[in-house]
Write a protein that binds this ligand. Sequence first.
Ligand code: PLP
Length: 442
Amino acid sequence: MPGHVFGRSTKGTLPVAARGDGCYIIDSAGKRYLDGSGGAAVSCLGHSDAGVRAALHEQLDALAFAHTGFFTSEAAESLADRLVEHAPEGIGRVYLVSGGSEGVEAAIKLARQYFMEIGQPRRHRVIARRQSYHGNTLGALAAGGNEWRRAQFAPLLVETSHIAPCYEYRDRLEGETPEAYGRRAADELDAEIRRLGPETVMAFIAEPVVGATAGAVPAVPGYLRRIREICDRHGVLLILDEVMCGMGRTGHLFACEEDGVAPDMITIAKGLGAGYQPIGALLTSGKIYDAIAAGSGFFQHGHTYMGHPMAAAAAGAVLDAILGRSLLARVRAQGEKLDAALRAELGQHPHVGDIRGRGLFRGIELVEDRDSKAPFDPARKLHAKIKAMAFEAGLICYPMGGTIDGQRGDHILLAPPFIIEDAQIDELVGKLSGAIKGALAA
Ligand code: PLP
């Protein structure tokens, strides 16, 4: 079925996704694919959730769209109320957009406008981490740490500082405790703020559990608390990007809960609409909102489809499912089982360097040599082969050749639906193991 849709790749044709059935996508030829990564950590309720479908029908029957220049909607208000109710301390307002990059753009612009309104106009710099992805629009791309994603667009991007990630597997020294390592890694932020001049820095942005660029790398205990202290010391806003790891993916509604940190802003997206609708959100502290309300009274930003009632209705039903069906506890339990199954099947494999993650957000890092942790030659395109072989076997997973401080390495991200059953965990691990072994032998 050759068509005129212009997608990611110009090579080859893709199967046509025709139907969804729980954790599976079925193509037009009838082949079933177990969704081991929720696409890209999106489909947290699987592909046929009755509650979300009913909420969408109901909203459609009532009203599909009303422009936010004129109206708010019950769906948007109720979603925002409940997000604020369950958010970390200090979060007071929700700005609804259509995806993750839009949420990050809004966060960066809101940070800038906040400092303009409170009379600190020299604050304009963003600091991020080398191992991070924050989206593909120009502001979000500038913040992200993927050099290869940024390279050809560099002249269009604002200059952003990138400090080291918190990457225990590679960067913790022998004999160093995780806590000491976390302090050392966080202190890079302090040094960078001082180097730039604290009066010029407006925000630090980071993913609490790094997703696309690294394969589910959580921060070590204490790292984010130290980051919070450093931001406070210098009057810098802390933005946590939970587009991938938020909305229950780690077993907590917000991943930063586990780190005991309350940021100034949080971005969420993928699991928010669970794939039923495109939606993202920027959650911001009441302090930032109040400053703008007391100042210009107008956030100089906006998109036609922001606060879309259909998207908000879907997200409200997703939140109902997560909270009402005790899915956070289920994510923690199934996450432990997935971790145990991965370790049993692959833990001793000579090319599996690390298995990590939280909840149903797990990563595997492949290395040429376990002792030296040397990555495979990127020219081998191991991650691409694993993706193709897994897909052939009927498994969707998310392998990437991420950046390890300039060096490329291969990892696989797993983020199955929260409803995954034990037998499906076995199917996932079995097919993944086959694909890894097949790709290594190819
Ligand atoms: N931030 C993070 C942490 C992400 O993982 C992503 C997407 O992968 C984005 C932002 C961008 O989201 P979107 O693709 O919805 O624009």
